[in-house]
Design a protein around this ligand. Sequence first.
Ligand SMILES: [Zn+2]
Ligand SMILES: [Zn+2]
Length: 372
Amino acid sequence: MIIGSLEDCSRRGTTDFSNNSQPRSDFMRAFVLHGPKDMRLETIPDPKPGPDEVKIRIKRVGICGSDMHYYQHFGIGSFIPKEPFALGHEFSGEVVEHGSLVETVKLGDRVTVEPGLFCGKCRYCKAGRYNLCSAMRFYGSASCYPHLHGGFAEYVIAPARNCFHVPDGMSYGEGALIEPLAVGMHAVIRAGSLGGKVGLVTGGGTIGQTVVLSALAMGIDRIYVSDIAPFAREFSVAHGATDAFDPTSPSFADDIKAAAPDGFDAVFEASGSPRALSQAFELAGRGAVVVQIGTQPAEVTLPANVVMSKELTVYGSFRYAHVFPQIITLATQKRMEIAPMITQVFPFEEMQKAMDVSIAKDGVIKVQVEYT
Ligand SMILES: [Zn+2]
Ligand SMILES: [Zn+2]
């Protein structure tokens, strides 16, 4: 889920294919995407940290919907890669090197990385909304150039300010889940106070599940899920959702009516389906909030007049800002049970299989890859 314009990613510390003159020992293994469904295990230059950066040996990386989209189409929206690059922006690992100015992490620390490298200088960053940064660089994305290699490699370089400690008792797998959970938590925070309210999440995939967990942690009274996949519905109910409905079922209208006779107070669209977004407007109650998280096609037909007649408030939710510490705390205190979201784990060498299983979606919430 990436929007924005192509930005200049040039800076020290990022891996770059032009730098092929390094000795062999300065290379690392990475799964590099060359084109649609063309991912190759290669050696690429081993990155070196700058003064305020750390080098992280990746332990776990999750496969995101945007990784799958890049893999299948070698592009996402207007972002067309100009050169091969390594995907992956949901990762955790161990600090193995750092620059001279780094004080917040030390060698051997277990960290997870917030993958949006914001500039800190633009008007959005200065206003605290750094997820909207006009010069954002993002791991495993072609949204900036040179592309920033992601966690499908053995090492990454990250600014120290983007690193968050993975506490004792939290696994690297859970650490690599903080990023997708941040997407759900940001959407929930966008919706405002949820105490005593009734919500609906359309789309029970990874992001839908992170919305369910986040909404419950933030005090929502009841949260329902709609999804066409039986596994997504069963998983939702087993992990906190009040109930889950099949939007293609003849009983759907009755199910919804029984769950929320006056409509839902908050509807979170996390499927990317135009029909679901339209439905979100219809199923929202008077004075309700609709939050769009899923990436929709460029143009979608919507029942616009209900925004007026029901006085709906419609929010977009893009990535996240300031939520990593909150999620780590909630997960550590077991106020969010996040580990069950990891449904499959593959070794690094089986990255291709991990991608295939992730795309097949059969019994999948989150596929992760483990580095040994
Ligand atoms: Zn993602
Ligand atoms: Zn900025």
